[in-house]
Design a protein around this ligand. Structure first.
Ligand code: NAD
Length: 368
């Protein structure tokens, strides 16, 4: 168990020798109490590639502990039980997991399954009286997201979305600088999010499981990033789609979409979402008195970049470990995230995705 002193030591070490112009106590260092206190006992639903990454990262968390699994594959359950010491009474499948209601040893379920399954699964988790953490995108449209928020409210449980960047130190450094006016009046954001997707048979390319293509999966980072980097909600969107491979990217699966968003303060965002190109993980923010450039901006890290004041200063910390520590603090202690991660935040991104798809369909500017 890491102590508070260890954490403060880490913060101190990480900030010693920084150029004075960067924050000695960045937003992410507060509140330090998230590294101690009661432990959130978590079951992971969906033991796939990201679920595995979260499970590994949780081993370093001081506030969240992996205690259960929900999976349709008995052999994976057996492997995870062995690896993480998970008791059989905390193992469920997709048919029987409502019984988690009767299990006093699990506080929260982290849903890490294909996008189109999130809504029904989160609602079942809520009805079982457990807190829900849900991967992004939280659902496949805003209406579904709103139903999830409502269901969790009615059940009296928390709903958080796995926006790991909201806890990442260099990201929060830029957010803090923007809040303090370091960039002057923010006028422009550019977000580029994409990778070349492989296996044509994977669920990400099946609309009934993914709910959409690159936009749902990776373009959402540019949408979410524009909102936290600019610090406002967009009031309109325009969007244009390009599809070079209609066999791989069938109806309902977007390959490449360029989109623009207008913000009430006068800023504009220009973004690219794609499944057809690698090396696209970049944010650029420009204001009347400074800029921030991050590349990579949302990958698993290290997140790197610079502002008009110099290179971004904070060392890499495993995103999912920070996220789980912070989410335990939010659920158990009522902490507030610097950049929100609640269900309402997830719905805001989905409203924009709905509007982008509408703008692609109609060729018109969509007012939000
Ligand atoms: P994956 O294919 O590796 O894992 C999905 C898991 O869901 C598998 O274990 C699979 O068996 C299970 N599953 C349950 N029902 C299924 C069904 N009907 N069809 C197919 N699989 C089913 O996918 P992943 O990369 O782990 O993505 C899962 C979720 O996590 C997605 O919503 C994705 O957007 C999100 N994700 C988030 C991040 C992040 O950085 N926050 C990164 C990767 C993925």
């Amino acid at each position: 168990m890491k102590s508070r002193r260890d954490f403060l030591h880490k913060v101190t070490v990480s900030t010693v020798g920084l150029p004075l112009m960067y924050h000695a106590s960045p937003l992410w260092a507060m509140p330090p109490k998230t590294t101690r206190g009661p432990v959130l006992r978590v079951a992971i639903m969906g033991l796939g590639s990201y679920g595995t990454r979260v499970a590994e990262a949780m081993q370093q968390s001081t506030r969240a502990k992996l205690v259960g699994v929900i999976s349709g594959t008995p052999s994976k359950v057996a492997d995870w039980q062995k690896k993480y010491g998970i008791p059989t009474k905390n193992c469920y499948n997709y048919q029987n997991f409502d019984r988690i209601k009767e299990n006093p040893d699990i506080d929260a379920v982290y849903v890490i399954t294909p996008n189109a399954l999130h809504k029904e699964q989160v609602i079942r988790v809520a009805k079982s009286g457990k807190h829900a953490i849900c991967e992004k995108p939280m659902a496949i449209n805003a209406r579904e997201g709103e139903e999830m928020v409502q269901a969790c409210k009615e059940a009296g449980v928390r709903l958080l979305v796995g926006y790991r960047m909201h806890f990442e130190p260099n990201t929060l450094e830029v957010v803090q600088m923007r809040r303090e006016g370091d960039f002057g009046k923010v006028l422009f954001f550019q977000g580029q999010s994409g990778f070349r997707i492989g296996d044509p048979n994977q669920w990400r390319l099946q609309p009934q499981l993914s709910g959409g293509g690159a936009m749902m999966d990776i373009g959402i980072y540019s949408i979410n990033g524009a909102r936290y980097m600019i610090g406002e909600e967009p009031v309109w969107v325009t969007a244009q789609e390009t599809k070079n491979d209609p066999v791989k990217f069938k109806e309902g699966i977007d390959e490449t979409i360029q989109f623009q968003m207008g913000f009430p303060g006068g800023a504009v965002a220009s973004c690219l979402s794609t499944y057809a190109m690698n090396n696209l993980d970049r944010f650029f923010l420009n204001g009347t008195s400074g800029f921030a450039e991050m590349q990579p901006s949302t990958g698993y890290g290290p997140i790197k970049g610079r502002t008009h004041k110099g290179p971004l200063p904070h060392p890499h910390v495993t995103h999912q470990t920070l996220q789980m520590d912070a989410m335990a603090g939010i659920i158990l202690d009522g902490d507030k995230a610097v950049v929100p991660v609640d269900g309402e935040e997830g719905v805001k991104d989905l409203r924009i995705i709905d509007a982008i798809y509408e703008a692609v369909r109609t060729g018109k500017r969509v007012i939000l």
